[in-house]
Design a protein. Structure first.
Length: 146
């Protein structure tokens, strides 16, 4: 039924736990997995190209650091997932997290988005928002929350 899955990843213990559940949930030997890491750009006030700046970083440095981190967690998760039909990494840098996930799902014509819910509550939910909820309401794809 779901053969092409988009799986947002970060370095959190919750996502790692979800990744460990996937082989028990799906027969991965028949699945195409796209692991996506979305890193929203920092606010413009954070970026600086000046070598004299101690408190700011360049967009290039931020993007390189993001890619390095994504590659590191991709290797870890790839080992956990074992045999799959196909597994790839997609890094999105220019969108906020829910928008990046939904755009990637459309572009890659996935069958389902599989997400871990970070379960923000109270003030964190108000300030950070519930990214899973935002993906569910803005996506036309089924979303499986583990």
């Amino acid at each position: 039924m779901f053969n092409k899955l988009l799986i947002p990843i970060d370095g959190s213990p919750l996502v790692r736990s979800m990744i460990k559940k996937l082989p028990k949930t799906f027969n991965l030997a028949e699945k195409e997995l796209i692991l996506i890491h979305v890193s929203a750009p920092l606010p413009p006030a954070i970026y600086s190209e000046s070598p004299l700046s101690d408190y700011y970083i360049s967009k290039g440095f931020h993007q390189e650091s993001t890619e390095e981190f994504a590659q590191k967690i991709f290797k870890q998760y790839k080992r956990i997932l074992g045999d799959t039909k196909s597994i790839s990494l997609l890094i999105v840098f220019k969108d906020d997290i829910p928008t990046g996930i939904v755009k990637a799902a459309k572009k890659n014509k996935v069958d389902c988005i599989v997400m871990a819910s970070h379960r923000y509550s109270g003030l964190d939910n108000i300030l950070l928002g519930n990214k899973v909820h935002q993906v569910i309401i803005s996506s036309k794809f089924p979303v499986l929350v583990l």
